[in-house]
Design a binder for this molecule. Structure first.
Ligand code: ATP
Length: 316
């Protein structure tokens, strides 16, 4: 699919002296999951709020489902679902009644609203708890109900703002399954997250945002490949650290770093170059290095993130 579901160009938004968005560019093809990844205060929520027509941008443009968020807000609102960090469901009624109310609010008749609630509860494995008060739900069930409530009108574009923040691992897994199910059904999903594993597991493409701009984007695999592989060699005798470092230099992009206390030499391979473990071991052998442990670590999105984002305190 080549259609663009979300197109953002040069988006700016300030709150007093704080520049939350400083020229954000983002393109999300229809039917894909985009992970907007960034630390606290990077501007993720502000971006979602502008895209969902809850806040006006100061400059730049954004189109959702083909509609400009400033000029055609009503059409944008009809095109989107929004679920977030803070579940917006009513705890004093059942899950089924929550969905029913949302359907009625959006103009579905009594029967239509009931039917839609039933379908969604079954599809997202909430039918067993559907007739219990929401206050008795687990955190994950509640968040899943919130997500499902944003789907009542079957919007083609979904914004999920940190959907698993604060959830335990099992509840996170439940939300991930629900997002996968949505993606399989053809929805376009913009997911903001601080969790790198979440973006890695769910997103077709990731945009790393820091201080209001996208600093890197691509598939999770491409971003990881851009960082290279970490190679760690632990030697039996500290005296061999120099020889081990000399061997590792053949595989490295930068200078090998010796960690004498651990009797370890660490280096990161050149980006995009895979490291053949047998060849490394052979070269260590021929240099007479007795290696106790040789480890290759594929970079995680965490490594990508650390490599890309500025350390705290750097001037913007
Ligand atoms: P988090 O992961 O903590 O939710 P975020 O990436 O979603 O962070 P935003 O909430 O978009 O970041 O905030 C971006 C910047 O704008 C922050 O410095 C924040 O303090 C500021 N900001 C956001 N909303 C407002 C507001 N209504 N008034 C003043 N400042 C705001």
């Amino acid at each position: 699919m080549t259609e663009t579901a979300i197109a953002v160009e040069g988006l700016r938004k300030s709150f007093g002296a704080t520049d939350a968005l400083r020229g954000l560019d983002l393109t999300v093809p229809a039917g894909t999951v985009c992970g907007l990844l960034g630390p606290n205060g990077a501007g993720k929520t502000t971006a979602v709020r502008v895209l969902a027509t809850l806040a006006l941008p100061d400059a730049g443009s954004a189109r959702v489902n083909g509609y400009d968020v400033v000029r055609r807000p009503a059409q944008v609102r009809r095109s989107i679902g929004l679920a977030g960090q803070y579940a917006a469901v009513d705890e004093g009624i059942t899950g089924r009644d929550n969905l029913h109310l949302v359907g009625r609010f959006h103009g579905l008749g009594v029967r239509g609203a009931r039917r839609r609630a039933g379908e969604l509860l079954e599809r997202f494995d909430l039918d067993e708890v559907a007739d219990r008060l929401v206050r008795t739900y687990s955190g994950g069930q509640r968040r899943r109900l919130d997500l499902v409530a944003s789907l009542v009108t079957a919007p083609p574009v979904l914004f999920l703002d940190e959907p698993t923040t604060g959830l335990d691992p099992r509840s996170r897994q439940e939300i991930w399954d629900a997002v996968r199910e949505l993606a399989a059904g053809g929805a376009t999903v913009l997911l903001t997250t601080q969790y790198l594993d979440e973006a890695d597991r769910l997103a077709d493409a990731v945009a790393v945002i820091d201080r209001g701009v996208v600093i890197e984007s691509g598939t999770p695999a491409r971003l990881k490949a851009a960082i290279g592989t970490r190679i760690e060699v632990t030697v039996a005798e500290a005296a061999q650290l120099g020889a081990a470092a000399a061997v590792l230099a053949h595989f490295a992009a930068g200078e090998p770093v010796a960690e004498p206390v651990e009797r370890r030499v660490v280096v990161t391979s050149a980006a995009g170059r895979s490291v053949a473990l047998p060849q490394l071991v052979r070269e260590l052998d021929s240099a007479g290095v007795a290696a106790q442990d040789v480890a290759l670590r594929t970079p995680s999105l965490d490594d990508v993130f650390l490599a890309l984002t500025a350390p705290p305190g750097r001037a913007a």
